[in-house]
Design a protein around this ligand. Structure first.
Ligand code: PPE
Length: 308
């Protein structure tokens, strides 16, 4: 799906025209993949666009920078304000959700692996982005393949840093799944326990209990945290514990969560139907409750929204 262009991008403190937001081909991050980024959504509400959990995303971005030794020249307030401003500057179609992508990167000027003498740049773009795994996927569920790739080991990479380098692993898993005719990959960790999707966290439902792995081998997902909070508010029992592939095969329901993926039901894993092969009942309830929260229709979670 081609990117839907908007008008302005924030680049190193200034708003520039979309097509002028450029970097040099010798930009360090392009070669060595040390760049920290975020993905946020802003949803149209009765009071205009509301960014979901802005402060939490910015905090994670700055933590990713800290872990990856990226000396971000901008503080949280500057980054938060710029994300609000990027929504005001651009014109978006009414009723569409907008995706915001901040990125902090190693810039141009020094080559070689050692990056601490390089300048650090930052950019924030925002564009209209529909359902990550398709409208049909949101409604009827997707088909998932357990990847032959193990998720990046905690001995080699920092899965809690949302840095570009971690996504080669995601990309290979995603391509393998798609080329095999599936929609998405589920990666296990090097011990064989469920880690996460290529860009999502994973949940199952068994006997009415919602189960999702701890963040041992995954990003600390903001959507996963939101879904856990919503489930608890609905009185659903939640367990955070390690999951194995056989348990995923036996699940009554399964779904992926992520800012982009929202709550996407999983209807099949490795040629095995999940439950009755459709979106599960609890999955549907959580999906509806999640959309109520992000669209500003649930006062209990009003603090999660920042209006642009
Ligand atoms: N794990 C991974 C590896 C991941 O990339 C994401 C987000 C998540 C879990 C869920 O995190 P959170 O959004 O905080 O709930 N993936 C982002 C990037 C997707 C992309 O293709 O780009 C996203 O959902 O924005």
């Amino acid at each position: 799906m081609a990117l839907k262009e908007s008008q302005y991008i924030w680049l190193n403190g200034e708003f520039v025209a979309w097509n002028e937001a450029k970097v040099h081909v010798l930009t360090h991050s392009l070669h060595y993949a040390n760049s920290a980024f975020e993905g946020l959504r802003a949803y149209p509400t009765g009071k205009g666009l509301a960014i979901f959990r802005l402060q939490d995303h910015t905090k994670r971005l700055l933590n990713s920078c800290r872990m990856s030794l990226l000396n971000c020249p901008y503080d949280a307030k500057t980054l938060n304000d710029a994300q609000i401003e990027i929504l005001r500057k651009n014109t978006f179609a009414p009723k569409t959700s907008v995706y915001i992508r901040p990125i902090v990167f190693v810039g141009y000027g020094v080559m070689g692996v050692y990056h601490l003498n390089s300048p650090i740049g930052a950019a924030i773009a925002a564009w209209e982005w529909g359902a990550y795994l398709g409208d049909e996927g949101l409604e009827n569920g997707i088909r998932v393949k357990i990847s032959s790739w193990a998720r990046n080991s905690v001995k080699s990479m920092m899965g809690k840093a949302k840095v570009a380098a971690n996504y080669l692993n995601s990309q290979m898993a995603k391509c393998e799944a798609v080329e095999a005719g599936y929609d998405e990959a589920l990666l296990l960790d090097s011990e064989g326990f469920v880690a996460e999707g290529s860009g999502e966290c994973f949940f199952i439902v068994r006997d009415g209990v919602l189960i999702t792995p701890p963040s041992d081998n995954s990003l600390e997902s903001i959507t996963q945290d939101t879904v856990i909070k919503i489930a608890k508010a609905l009185g659903v029992l939640v367990e955070r514990r390690r999951l194995t592939r056989d348990e995923a095969y036996m699940a009554d329901e399964a779904f992926f969560t992520g800012t982009a993926a929202e709550i996407t039901p999983v209807r099949e894993i490795d040629a095995r139907a999940v439950g009755d092969g459709k979106r599960g009942a609890l999955t549907k309830r959580l999906q509806e409750a999640y959309f109520d929260v992000v669209y500003g229709r649930d006062a209990r979670f009003a603090d999660f929204l920042t209006y642009a």
